[in-house]
Unconditional design. Structure first.
Lengths: 452, 349
């Protein structure tokens, strides 16, 4: 047995470390278009202490570490681009604490979205978190680490805006706490300093998040979704501005897609509402669909499609089925809401140029402060030509997002390069200093966000 | 091109003008009705064209079988008075476009049952009532090849129906069944009423689902145990196109021992589920639909209804949860019939 594997086995136990090709294969790729690359070791720690010891070992041996939760980022962020240790955190799946009155949950980094949802439904039915549209095995920590967003994005922003505190294993092996927990208080706020921003959005290149305190929000008894449809994409920014002005919606998403045919060339706006009583629901429905959107209905420019009870999330993974072979990847970009018309038109052009049915979707973030936009491209996993087409379309879309004044969310390598080319030189210098300070040996997810 | 067979003289000489005076959504006296129907016949604008909720009921009210509703929607299209906002019309028209390949054409045995565009409700078609039936349109991916298109009456787009329907009929006919039971009475209405009204040939005999169920229940009569439930029937718009088959509702209820509760909004006075009304372009349509639904369900509750019986999946989608919240169990007619012969219906919840 090689000495690194032996040392890893001492830390986590033999059954939780592997160099077997069939197991390394699982960690060599994600579901997007990134070229696969096998790690040398796959390790699944159970505790923060085990993570700390693995990081120490990696520093001694100068071996890369790539932390991953659900491994669902699609953009290659958890693909071990330079080999090394794939650090699978799914075994760290304890929900440590839920504070009903202060509305937060402290979870280990392997706790999944579905796990927390199920736990809250059973034990704290008045609370919910902002669950993303990703598959339920996506982890809470992975999602906040990449600025994910979910059901409550419209009133409360990105999921990373909902962090009350973090426990992080630094690339040099120290375990640090951030937020109120750092001074021995409860995990109820991320303030005062130091700031958790050192670790959010860095795609695991500045440390390994091992615990997260996440804000929870009131879960109302009735949830439902109304749909509004327009033909003219130019109307979308104005309609979203008006809907968000009511402060009555939970989640607002606009989308257009070539398949199924009903959606082609049209723009559906889904508006999630919640209420504790029929009276409250009636009030919100009237406020949004009659008072706010009534004039579009009367003019014939917009139509109320109906309201259905139950929660609805955007599930762009369904687009994987638009071509044979079940592959899809999207460019996610944080865009000004007023760019929706261009995002739609230009994105559709890119899709059609590459012979891929178009799917564009924008979710409103925080009172219309921005829109998380996605352009999704389906491909056939068994057909290299369609993978190449999709990859080209993704790169063109990365360019487009920046051209339109947006910023790319969880970019892959191509998008990271574009961002780093454009970033303010002094900001880049600061990023280099931060990276060199935190990760002097460059072991954390190398290949991603190479600022040095 | 296919043209609506409408007898203008018969209409202009009509004494009662029931088509408009009986309308439950517009308050129209006989003189006004006469004036407005004359305008509609002459291709002129009329408030009726703007305020029609497209409930189909005037097709039944007209005792002469003169298709006033088909005329209204043709005029709405000709005069560009869309009942719905244009994005909803476009959406609706695009909904009917098949996009998942060609259907599998196979020889259907008699009798055959066509699911139309409701292949995903195939789970309802099981048990003794449906033993031996040959099924058409079982694959939800291909179901739009069997979509009767009549929904576009709500969209004032008879041009779309006329354009697409012959191809749909051709596809169904390829299964070589001479008699076809239609799961949805909108399909039945298409082939029994609309197609003949505009001169489209139908090479098979459509059979109404309730007629089939009634006959089948009679064959299984020994197995029926009276259900002793108080039921209300949510009459769908398309039922107005085949009012000669409506008696099968009470015939079936009598056979399976359920009490059809006495209420105001029943039979000819049945109310629309509101699904179409809520999306209409007219001021206040969403609230108008909510009011219709409220009156309808209040009426069921006041009459002591235990079970609301549906034929139309669209009505079911619109109303099932609403009636359920008022303590009434929603169920498809076929499931109620299955319950009566001792089976556990798939959709009984």
């Amino acid at each position: 047995m090689d000495h690194v594997k032996e040392a890893l086995a001492v830390i986590v136990g033999e059954e939780h470390v592997s160099t077997e090709p069939e197991e390394l294969y699982i960690y060599s790729y994600d579901l997007g278009t990134t070229e696969p690359r096998r790690p040398d070791y796959a390790v699944a720690p159970r505790t923060t202490e085990e993570v700390r010891r693995i990081v120490e070992l990696a520093n001694q041996e100068k071996i890369p570490i790539v932390p991953l939760g659900g491994g669902l980022s699609l953009a290659g962020l958890a693909v071990p681009l330079q080999g090394g240790i794939a650090l699978d955190l799914k075994r760290m799946d304890t929900i440590i604490e839920v504070s009903e009155k202060a509305r937060y949950a402290v979870v280990e980094c392997g706790v999944s979205q579905g796990q927390l949802t199920a736990y809250l439904e059973k034990n704290h039915p008045n609370l919910m978190h902002s669950e993303p549209g990703a598959p339920p095995q996506a982890t809470i920590a992975g999602n906040v680490a990449i600025h994910g967003q979910g059901d409550l994005a419209q009133p409360y922003g990105f999921n990373s805006d909902m962090v009350n505190g973090l426990e992080v294993v630094l690339p040099t092996g120290e375990v640090c706490k951030f937020g109120s927990c750092a001074v021995g208080a409860n995990w109820y706020t991320q303030h005062p300093l130091p700031d958790v921003g050192l670790f959010l959005g860095w795609a695991g290149t500045t440390g390994i998040i091992t615990k997260v305190s996440l804000k929870l929000y009131p879960r109302k008894k009735i949830q439902g979704v109304g749909q509004f449809v327009v033909e003219d994409e130019e109307l979308i920014p104005e309609i979203i501005y008006r809907i968000t002005h009511t402060e009555a919606a939970h989640d607002v998403v606009a989308f257009s897609q070539a398949i199924p045919p009903f959606a082609s060339g049209l723009h559906h706006i889904t508006i999630n509402l919640s209420a504790d009583s029929e009276k409250e629901l009636d009030f919100k429905m009237e406020l949004i669909f009659d008072d706010t959107l009534g004039e579009y209905i009367r003019s014939g420019d917009g139509g109320f499609l109906g309201f259905n009870r139950g929660l609805q999330r955007p599930q762009i993974s369904k687009t994987a089925d638009w071509r044979k072979g079940g592959g899809f990847e999207y460019v996610g970009a944080i865009m000004p809401v007023e760019t929706y018309p261009q995002c739609y038109r230009r994105g559709r052009e890119i899709s059609e140029r590459h012979d891929i049915p178009y799917t564009v979707l924008g979710r409103v973030i925080g009172m219309s402060h921005a829109m998380m936009f996605s352009w999704t491209y389906a491909f056939n996993r068994a057909d290299l030509e369609t993978i190449r087409q999709a990859r080209e379309a993704l790169h063109e879309t990365d360019d487009l997002a920046l051209e339109l004044g947006g910023t790319i969310w969880k970019p892959g390598i191509y998008g990271q390069k574009l961002v780093l080319e454009r970033i303010d030189p002094n900001t880049l210098k600061l990023m280099k200093k931060v990276k060199q300070l935190l990760d002097p040996n460059g072991i954390m997810n190398p290949g991603n966000w190479e600022v040095s | 091109m296919y043209e609506l067979k409408f007898n203008e003289n018969e209409c202009l000489s009509c004494v009662t003008c029931d088509c408009l005076t009986k309308c439950q959504y517009m308050d129209i006296d006989k003189d006004t009705a006469r004036t407005e129907i004359s305008k509609i016949i002459n291709g002129e604008d009329s408030f009726v064209l703007h305020n029609c909720v497209t409930c189909y009921a005037c097709e039944e009210y007209c005792e002469k079988g003169n298709h006033p509703f088909y005329l209204i929607v043709e005029r709405q299209e000709e005069l560009d008075i869309p009942p719905l906002p244009k994005p909803l019309i476009r959406r609706g028209i695009q909904t009917g476009i098949p996009f998942r390949g060609e259907p599998d054409i196979y020889e259907a045995k008699e009798p055959a049952l066509c699911m139309g565009v409701f292949s995903d409700l195939l789970y309802l078609i099981q048990g003794k009532l449906f033993d031996g039936l040959s099924l058409i349109s079982m694959d939800p991916r291909k179901m739009f090849h069997y979509f009767c298109q009549l929904m576009y009456l709500h969209y004032a787009r008879t041009s779309v129906i006329k354009e697409r329907l012959p191809k749909i009929i051709e596809t169904i006919a390829k299964h070589n069944a001479t008699e076809i039971v239609f799961f949805h009475d909108e399909c039945y209405g298409t082939y029994a009423s609309y197609a003949p009204a505009v001169g489209i040939e139908v090479p098979f005999k459509p059979v109404h689902l309730f007629e089939y169920l009634y006959n089948r229940l009679n064959e299984l009569k020994d197995e029926i145990k009276p259900l002793n439930l108080k039921v209300a029937y949510q009459r769908p718009c398309s039922s107005r196109l085949c009012s000669d088959k409506h008696h099968f509702v009470s015939d079936i209820f009598n056979l399976i021992g359920v009490e059809n509760v006495k209420r105001e909004y029943v039979d000819e006075n049945g109310l629309c589920c509101g699904g179409t009304i809520q999306g209409q372009r007219r001021e206040g349509s969403r609230l108008r639909a909510a009011d219709v639904q409220q009156r309808n369900i209040d009426d069921m509750v006041n009459a002591g209804t235990e079970v609301c019986v549906f034929n139309c999946p669209a009505c079911f989608n619109t109303l099932a949860a609403l009636v359920n919240r008022r303590g009434i169990r929603p169920v498809f007619m076929s499931d109620l019939c299955r319950l009566a012969i001792g089976e556990e219906p798939a959709g009984w919840r």
